[in-house]
Design a protein around this ligand. Structure first.
Ligand code: SF4
Length: 476
């Protein structure tokens, strides 16, 4: 296959070098495709910045590029098959480009995709992407360094996977309104069904100083909302000599940064939400009153099989505490249906639990067998058809509960500060309230852009597709 030669000089050149280099008339191009969680989005943000700083211009994934970086996910078999499709599409769109794969799928299934891509960067090596891209040009030395099987796989010891921290944050170039800022990576919980600890290594946190520096950069580049993200953020800890800092310390530091208008947490495990954490956030005006707290099952026996570290009583107590302390908070959750051993009775118990608990945003996942996990070895695996049926039932329940919550907001004629993200149709803008409800408005001045603007909005009705309709107060 004919490849455009990217020499070390080209890859590492900064913009000035490229502009002054006589035979280079156009910048190298890079495109990105991100699958999976917010952590991947944050990491793609950092890759984007690094490529721009190294003289690349970013093009759309659908355009041919010199380098295509695909950030992958392995959380379900569906995610895996999407990864494989995206890799095939990338090769078609950019036949002469370097196809580079990072992320959890690359970590777990790297050997199986190595023939389809040019470079696989393992988690511990993400910070050296330009070094490895350069190695791509020297296949012989790559063979020597990594051995024949790992020809295209940039990896080092397992210890490095468990200790290396790749700092990451959204980039304004990725077009997001909310910035994802990575504070933590990996997980020590080893839930029976989950492959993530094998892909991301043990739990580790970014130091508070670096997080604050990154947050300041995000604020000064125009972001109004930052979402702190990680694999298991409630387990955040950073160590400085004898001093161990946990999530409440980090939150206190970030919430007090000048100019930070909105701070949100991504998904947080119920057993990591402490009174100290609630003390820090409940009085902070820039902390958004919304939590996403995975439940996974509404049955204690299944929770135990899943290796989750709480009971339903613990979960209920956490939710009650949050509701007592944080006004008009909303809570979302993840639920897995059809885990091995989940009988009809267990499922009904889950449905009843979800019906009664004050949680309004549901993310429902049919259990997906991940090779190498404890759950994959368990007896009583559930038929696909049943998993689908159960998922459908809970999705419907979720819609009803969210609708009920939206109706409550209309009855209360609540006024929200909405951060607008995008124009969804001619003259109609969509954004999110502090408590993560989707709102649409039609500003009086039709040509106005509300992107990344915060406006006071009074809620007037519920739209058909589970959003709120409102009016900007200044327009009234
Ligand atoms: S807490 Fe459990 S589900 Fe979440 S990443 Fe860790 S092992 Fe996976």
């Amino acid at each position: 296959m004919k490849r455009m030669k990217l020499s070390k000089v080209d890859l590492l050149a900064n913009i000035n070098d490229i502009e002054t280099c006589g035979d280079v008339t156009k910048k190298r191009t890079v495109s990105f495709y991100t699958l999976g969680c917010r952590l991947n989005k944050a990491e793609t943000g950092t890759f984007t910045k690094q490529f721009i700083d190294n003289g690349f211009s970013v093009v759309d994934f659908e355009e041919s590029a010199d380098v295509v970086l695909i950030n992958t996910c392995v959380v379900t078999d569906k995610a895996e098959s999407v990864c494989r499709n995206v890799i095939r599409r990338a090769r078609k769109i950019s036949p002469d480009g370097y196809i580079v794969v990072v992320g959890c799928y690359a970590e777990i299934e790297g050997q199986n995709i190595s023939k389809d891509v040019d470079l696989i960067i393992k988690a511990s090596e993400k910070h050296k992407i330009f070094y490895y891209l350069d190695k791509c040009e020297e296949k012989h030395s790559l063979l020597q360094v990594f051995g024949p099987i790992k020809e295209k796989v940039a990896t080092v010891s397992e210890n490095a996977l468990n200790t290396t921290f790749f700092h990451a944050a959204s980039s304004i170039e990725n077009g997001n309104t909310r910035a994802f800022l990575k504070i933590q990576d990996g997980c020590n919980f080893f839930c029976s069904y989950c492959i993530i600890p094998y892909a991301r290594g043990r739990s580790r946190g970014a130091d508070i100083e670096t997080v604050c520096t990154q947050a300041r950069e995000l604020i000064s580049s125009g972001f109004k909302e930052i979402v702190l993200t990680g694999i298991n953020i409630g387990d955040y800890r950073s160590v400085d000599g004898d001093k161990i800092s946990r999530l409440p310390h980090l939150l206190r530091a970030v919430l007090s940064l000048n100019g930070l208008e909105r701070l949100r947490l991504s998904s947080i495990e119920p057993n990591t939400i402490t009174d100290e954490l609630l003390d820090v956030v409940c009085d902070a005006p820039n902390f958004m009153n919304h939590f996403h707290i995975p439940l996974q099952s509404g049955d204690d026996e299944i929770l135990r099989l899943m290796g989750r570290k709480y009971t339903l009583v613990d979960y209920t107590n956490v939710i009650k505490k949050i509701i007592d302390r944080i006004p008009n908070v909303t809570i979302g959750t993840d639920v897995i249906v059809g885990h091995p051993g989940e009988t009809e009775e267990h499922f009904v118990q889950t449905k009843n639990f979800l019906q009664d608990i004050a949680v309004s945003h549901f993310h429902i996942f049919p259990y997906s067998l991940r090779k190498g996990t404890k759950s994959a070895q368990m007896p009583n695996q559930i038929e696909k058809r049943i998993k689908k049926m159960r998922a459908r039932e809970l999705i419907e329940l979720g819609h009803l509960k969210l609708k009920a919550r939206l109706i409550e907001e209309v009855s209360a004629q609540r006024i929200f500060q909405v951060l607008f993200e995008q124009q969804v149709s001619s003259g109609v803008w969509e954004g999110y309230t502090s408590n993560y409800l989707r709102v649409r408005v039609r500003p009086k001045q039709a040509s106005i852009s509300l992107k990344n603007e915060i406006r006071d909005v009074v809620i007037i009705s519920v739209g058909e597709d589970l959003y709120l309709e409102g009016e900007i107060i200044a327009d009234k």
